[in-house]
Design a binder for this molecule. Structure first.
Ligand code: GUN
Length: 294
């Protein structure tokens, strides 16, 4: 399919603009959440645990707090120094688990290297696990029976569904197998009847595999991992990377090179990022209901 053909196909069947506007999609989710919260008997409360001063984490946490404020979710901030021990982090989580004024718990990752992330994530009460990172929620997500799905994969799925490209039978290639994006995304797409391939740092023929993708999702944290010759004409390209290059934020996809070939493409910034935050808001409302909130 040539460039023109891709454009024509979009005009006929696809409502999503070619360059996905993640901010506007996220705004409509936040508006809806705000309306729901207005009818709740009390404001939901999200606890955000951050350990240390990772600059990227500080930016993400600020965005999450701003979104909560916008829709009427209370936040409880727990900021521990980077010297905090695993035991101290665990203690905080146990306290939040049993605090009935807290509906949802988020532990911002990464944690400092002396803390075992897996042990910490296992400690969060599954019903307050707003990120869907607890093995119980991860397992349910994989089985297709989950409610609390990890925010970034859930946001990607939302974008793909909104784009009306149709998922069943499509070959989805995911580049990156992280615990918080690549792996859960693979299961979500499999549960939508995609044929799923996961590529990672040891994959030998990335270019050949990526070229087969109808849906190409990239989450490796390395700029220009995907260039134009790695993309099939008309593929949906979802860029989940966030990389700083000097003053600029760039994704994992060579956006300028690839955009002429893709049927839809997500920009960085303004694509998947705002959707992750919007899904966090949706999940906080789910947690509120799981706590019995009306
Ligand atoms: N670090 C990078 N992405 C995420 C996320 O979605 N949730 C949390 N808790 N930490 C992250």
């Amino acid at each position: 399919m040539g460039k023109m053909d891709a454009k024509i196909k979009r005009q006929k069947g696809v409502l999503m603009p070619h360059v996905v506007n993640g901010n506007s999609l996220a705004d409509s989710i936040l508006e809806k959440a705000k309306g729901q919260i207005a009818s709740f008997s009390r404001p939901p409360c999200l606890a955000i645990v951050m350990v240390g001063n990772n600059p990227a984490s500080q930016v993400y946490v600020r965005r999450k707090e701003e979104a909560c404020k916008k829709v009427g979710i209370k936040t409880k901030n727990i900021h521990l120094p980077s010297s905090a021990t695993e035991g101290e982090v665990m203690e905080q989580i146990l306290a939040l688990n049993s605090d009935s004024s807290v509906d949802a718990i988020l532990v911002q990752l990464p944690l400092p290297p002396h803390i075992d992330e897996e042990r910490v994530l296992c400690q969060i009460s599954p019903k307050k696990d707003v990120d869907g990172f607890h093995p119980e929620n991860f397992g349910r997500a994989a089985l297709g029976t989950g409610q609390l799905l990890p925010c970034t994969p859930k946001g990607v799925l939302h974008i793909l569904k909104e784009s009306k490209i149709g998922l069943a039978g499509k070959h989805a290639v995911i580049v990156g197998r992280s615990r918080i994006v690549g792996k859960p995304l693979a299961f979500l797409l499999l549960n939508e009847d995609c044929t799923v391939t996961i590529c990672h740092s040891k994959t030998k023929n990335l270019k050949e595999v990526a070229r087969q993708a109808d849906i190409l999702c990239v989450a490796v944290g390395k700029p220009r991992t995907i260039t134009a010759e790695m993309v099939k004409e008309g593929a949906a390209v979802i860029d989940i990377g966030i990389n700083r290059e000097g003053e600029k934020l760039v994704g994992d996809v060579d956006f300028e090179g690839v955009k002429g070939k893709a049927s839809i493409i997500t920009p960085v910034p303004g694509g998947v990022g705002p959707m992750t935050v919007a899904m966090l808001i949706e999940n906080t409302l789910l947690c509120y209901k799981l706590q019995g909130g009306k």
